[in-house]
Design a protein around this ligand. Structure first.
Ligand SMILES: [Zn+2]
Length: 403
């Protein structure tokens, strides 16, 4: 490696460590990165000049002598706008280095088709308030977008988002133009981003191979392999909801029959529970109420749905050999009721070796997993090239709406 390449690599290593693990002393940093102390001092100097880290005097130390100064990521030095287009809501957040959330708004929406233009205007209004709260010296570096659909990462082109009624929408370009951010907009599928967030900051911290199961209207999976998202040849990997699980099952929205989501998805659960008039959060609340009342049909519906969920998870465990499977999305809240049948069914199909190491856990980031994952994605270019950070200046979105 050329010296400048080595330097960039080392800057990335130090910033990545601080971004993921939070404040630590120089000696801890040296230990974790394997770099010597004078190199660390030099790298911290450069990252400080770039405004990406700050160093403060340490507090009481265990040993003798002066307490070692503590180095922290500086969230204001690189902040991103995170946006999520979900089935039941739109959300916007401002998140800085180190995962610091400055502000967050989520707006519930009725399910169904939404105009792309109106949705972008809504996001612009929501973002305005958050951007107005920026400090003078706060640096915006880009936007990360989570979409419930099939998305091309390179440019944020949405091929298909059936639950929003979107097809072939150049979402990345539209958002870039609307906010004046140009190509500093990255977009990806929400299950992939939920996986990234749970891996970096949630229930999957420390995992090597993680499978994230996202349940919204459908079921999707996000896979992290060796710390990196597994996207497939063209970015469409993880459509686990459309793997065949029951040849005698119901027709699926994709045109096939007996897909995993037709047996284990929200609609199947609602139908079994006799609650088809409810969707999303309302369905969760109805089910929770009926579980409290020990309603037999609801308990049976959870038993059957949990079993189908478990078979699919077992298949994923056999294919990917994860150390953690994280249950996210709507089923995060129903996890206590689904857990037993799900674990049992998964164990019944999992081979012994991959089954021994795996844990199936509830996500810990709640409804915001994909939103936080979008922020992580948008911050990744900063980590990859700290010296190449460029500030972007958003236009004043709402003014144009009212004009
Ligand atoms: Zn299907």
């Amino acid at each position: 490696m050329a010296p400048e390449e080595v330097r960039r690599h080392n800057l990335t290593a130090v910033l990545d460590r601080l971004h993921r693990s939070g404040p630590m002393s120089r000696s801890e940093l040296a230990q974790k990165t394997g770099l010597n102390r004078s190199t660390i001092a030099d790298l911290i100097g450069e990252l400080s000049r770039l405004g990406l880290v700050e160093e403060k005097p340490g507090t009481a130390s265990a040993g003798p002598g002066r307490p070692s100064p503590v180095v922290s990521p500086r969230p204001k030095g690189a902040t991103v706008l995170a946006v999520e287009f979900s089935v039941d809501s739109v959300a916007v957040a401002t998140v800085g280095l180190g995962g610091h959330v400055y502000g967050k708004v989520r707006q519930a929406r009725a399910r169904g088709t939404h105009s792309v233009d109106e949705t972008i205007e809504e996001v612009a209004r929501m973002a305005r308030a958050l951007l107005d709260d920026f400090a003078e010296d706060q640096v915006l570096v880009g936007m990360g977008v989570a979409v419930v659909g099939v998305v091309r990462r390179r440019d944020g082109f949405v091929h298909l988002a059936p639950n929003l009624g979107w097809k072939n929408v150049p979402l990345g370009a539209l958002l870039g133009a609307r906010f004046g951010l140009g190509d500093a907009v990255m977009a990806a599928n929400e299950a992939d981003l939920g996986a990234l967030a749970e891996f970096r900051r949630g229930a999957g911290v420390g995992a090597t191979q993680l499978v994230y199961v996202n349940s919204e209207v459908g079921i999707g999976a996000g896979i992290i392999q060796d710390g990196q998202p597994m996207l497939g040849a063209a970015g469409y990997a993880g459509e686990a909801g459309h793997t065949l699980i029951n040849p005698d099952g119901k027709p699926c929205t994709c045109g096939a029959r007996g897909c995993w989501e037709t047996e284990a998805g929200e609609a199947a659960l609602a139908e079994r529970a006799g609650l088809t008039e409810f969707v999303g959060q309302q369905l969760i609340e109805e089910i929770t109420q009926r579980v409290d009342d020990r309603d037999p049909q609801t308990l049976q519906a959870l038993q059957v749905t949990g079993t189908w969920l478990g078979y699919g998870i077992g298949n994923l465990i056999n294919v990917f050999n994860p150390d953690v499977v994280v249950i996210g999305g709507l089923y995060q809240e129903l996890y206590p009721y689904l857990r037993e049948p799900m674990e049992e069914a998964a164990r019944s199909v999992v081979l012994q070796a991959p089954g021994e190491a795996v844990r199936i856990v509830r996500g810990s980031l709640g409804v915001d997993a994909s939103l936080l994952g979008a922020a992580e994605m948008a911050l990744s270019p900063v980590i990859a090239d700290p010296a190449g950070v460029r500030a972007v200046t958003p236009t004043e979105p709402p003014d144009r709406v009212e004009a």
